[in-house]
Design a binder for this molecule. Structure first.
Ligand code: IVH
Length: 666
């Protein structure tokens, strides 16, 4: 088979497997096998850059950074929906429609399709001759922003339709972030010192509106299609047929969408969806009810901003007012003190709420909170409830403003706020509250995932005086545990076995588990792929750390501090004494650049920066962002500046772009 034939075959294979994985959620090959096919495709495309097509699976990574978003007019306007808030308003919607159609009073029912209303962002996808040609946001409904590159990074969105289709297909749907993805993303944001997103909707919008699509590619965005801009174009009879059509062409359609013969079925479907809401992996804020029949839709037509044939039946608003009775201050594992509002219990969307997150001192000031204030609280899906605002008119005279404490509520150490930081911090490494949270983090899923040691058990062990720090866990004896309240011989044995099993973590897991400030799972993995072992990492200076891709100044300072500090060293020594051994990372496959660390400076003429970096990694080399001792090669492009001088000073090997390409055999 020629390489062009193989490339075509790889396209089909990768498209098919991505479809099975992302759209059907039923993969038929192992991840490793998929990766191998993908690498093979990349290799052929490297040999023949002229063969790279816009629908190649390699095009999902996001390419050049855009200077600005282009405006695109939608060929047909993207309408919005009217809201209904109860059964009565749904009956009104149906009877308005029947009246408009001048139906007989007795046949007041119209068949509808109901769909979960996802809380994300409406987008339009334009396929031309089966290829994804353009994607855009809804914008004001008439003109949106062109975000093709950003949308291509979403694996649910096919780059090519599953069946040939000549001409133009315009599909519409919702881009969203699931509950898990949202939590993970916010954890990453916080670790990176960035502000957390208020809700999945904002996170999805913020992730799509990135001029650098590689940022979008790193976000857990998903997509469901729910409409064709013009179903009549394909002779479809209605919405049920449109959904089937979308599915047939490979676009993901929400499996919970279903036809209803009459209003009674619509009401039943709503109750059913409301009951399942909390168990869904994504947030929904209601159910969309659409008249199924296209002929009826046409006769009903549109109002200025919304169609007469569809309505959004929203879940009861999960906002309510209550009284702020107090504020508690919780100490996190890195010493950050977080205020938590204590509320008079109030029902929000069917859940009793008595606490709300307040984030930090600035937030308290911004909201101007006083004790005893009447506050508006809201809960969006499973996101922690929050205070929207204070109803100032209801404030009592002489109400005390909420103040942050000056000393740690757990150990009474003086609190300090570092420059540029929102958090007030307890700097005492022996603080019991911090220890508690560190231990809980160490055993949690984000850490070494030791089953049976959740926050409650950790609390119990600390109170019983059995553990004060991480290393103590490894000294626990089953007989010490078995006598505790609620424990028995079996659970004690299970937990000590689980602890024993966690004695040989990988470097990345271990680093993530010990909870160094600014170092989360992502940073920990970057460290793992850079260092040969824990000793090498512990010996690295701030500059060397900073030269690693993905590691910023804060994380670098925090890591080198941790290993230089007495308590960091003591922890490592104690853990070793307790028998903990960090597994060494697997030896990397040799490549033309293995053992080399490369820096790029100046503008390259043949390669993009990202492409160049990717090539280094593919050939077994390391990338650095600055010229340090570790660097072996400095690749110099046009208008190279400071780094070139530094390279000369340090006597590094300086190579041109041409020479670099020769090194990797191109
Ligand atoms: S249909 C003319 N279907 O809700 C029909 N919209 O409030 C227009 N949405 O902008 C939209 N799920 O972002 C439709 N199954 C669904 C939907 C849905 C979520 C969003 C969409 C739209 C907004 C209107």
């Amino acid at each position: 088979m020629s390489s062009s034939e193989r490339l075509a075959e790889l396209h089909s294979l990768l498209h098919e497997h991505a479809y099975r994985y992302y759209v059907l959620d039923a993969p038929t090959i192992a991840d490793g096998e998929y990766d191998r096919l993908f690498q093979e495709l990349l290799a052929i495309e490297r040999e023949h850059p002229e063969w790279v097509t816009p629908d190649s699976p390699s095009q999902r990574v996001g390419g050049a950074v855009l200077p600005a978003f282009k405006q695109v007019a939608h060929r047909l306007p993207m309408l919005s929906l009217d809201n209904a808030f109860n059964e009565g308003e749904i009956f009104d919607f149906i009877s308005r429609a029947t009246k408009f159609l001048q139906y007989d009073e007795k046949i007041a029912d119209i068949a509808c399709v109901v769909e979960p209303k996802l809380d994300g962002l409406a987008v339009e996808l334009v396929y031309i001759d089966g290829l994804l040609a353009e994607g855009a946001t809804r914008g004001d409904g008439l003109v949106g922003e062109e975000i093709t590159a950003q949308l291509k990074t979403i694996h649910d969105i096919p780059l090519r339709l599953r069946q040939p289709l000549a001409g133009r297909l315009e599909a519409r749907g919702e881009v969203f972030i699931g509950k898990e993805g949202f939590k993970r993303l916010n954890r990453q944001q916080e670790e990176a010192g960035k502000e957390a997103f208020a809700n999945p909707r904002n996170a999805a919008a913020g992730s799509l509106r990135q001029l650098d699509a590689s940022v979008t590619a790193s976000r857990p965005l998903r997509f469901f299609a729910y409409a064709l801009a013009d179903p009549g174009q394909f002779d479809l009879s209605g919405q049920t047929a449109a959904l089937a059509f979308l599915k047939q062409y490979g676009l993901p359609v929400n499996p919970l969408s279903r036809p209803c013969r009459d209003t009674a079925e619509v009401v039943a479907a709503f109750d059913d969806l409301a009951a399942r809401r909390d168990d869904l992996p994504y947030e929904i804020d209601g159910m969309v009810v659409k008249v199924d029949d296209l002929a009826l839709q046409r006769r009903l037509g549109d109002k200025s901003r919304s169609p007469r044939w569809a309505v959004a039946w929203k879940f009861p608003a999960s906002q309510a007012t209550t009284i702020l009775t107090g504020v508690e201050f919780q100490v996190g594992r890195t010493g950050a003190v977080t205020p938590v509002a204590v509320l008079e219990t109030v029902a929000l969307g069917g859940v009793a709420v008595s606490r709300a997150s307040l984030h930090n001192e600035d937030e308290i000031r911004r909201k101007d909170l006083h004790l005893g204030d009447t506050v508006l609280v809201q809960r969006a899906g499973d996101v922690i409830p929050e205070i929207v605002k204070v109803i100032t008119e209801k404030r009592r005279k002489n109400a005390e403003p909420v103040r942050m404490p000056t000393v740690c509520p757990s150990c009474q150490a003086k609190l300090a706020r570092e420059q540029g930081e929102a958090a007030l911090r307890c700097g005492n490494p022996l603080c019991p509250a911090q220890r508690r949270r560190q231990l809980a983090h160490f055993t949690s899923k984000a850490g070494l995932d030791i089953e049976g040691l959740g926050e409650k058990s950790i609390d119990q062990l600390m109170t019983a005086g059995l553990v004060a720090g991480i290393a103590d866990l490894y000294r626990l004896k089953p007989e010490q545990l078995a006598v505790l309240d609620g424990w028995g011989e079996k659970s004690a044995a299970n937990v000590t076995t689980a602890i024993e099993a966690a004695k040989q973590p990988s470097l990345g897991r271990f680093i993530a588990a010990i909870g160094i400030r600014h170092v989360g799972e992502v940073t920990a993995l970057a460290l793992e792929s850079h260092f040969a072992g824990l000793d090498e990492l512990a010996a690295a200076g701030k500059d060397e750390l900073m030269a690693i891709d993905g590691i910023g100044a804060e994380a670098a300072a925090s890591i080198s501090d941790f290993f230089a500090r007495g308590d960091g060293r003591t922890l490592l020594a104690e853990l070793r004494a307790a028998g903990l051994v960090v597994r060494l990372p697997p030896v990397k496959t040799a490549g033309a650049l293995s053992g080399m660390t490369v820096v790029f400076t100046g503008s390259l003429s043949r390669l993009g920066r990202d492409e160049a970096k990717k090539l280094v990694k593919e050939h077994g080399g390391q990338i650095a962002s600055d010229v340090t001792q570790k660097v072996t090669h400095v690749v110099v492009g046009d208008k190279a500046g400071g780094k070139l001088n530094k390279a000369r000073e340090l006597g590094k090997k300086i190579v041109s772009e041409e020479e670099f390409l020769q090194l990797i055999g191109r």
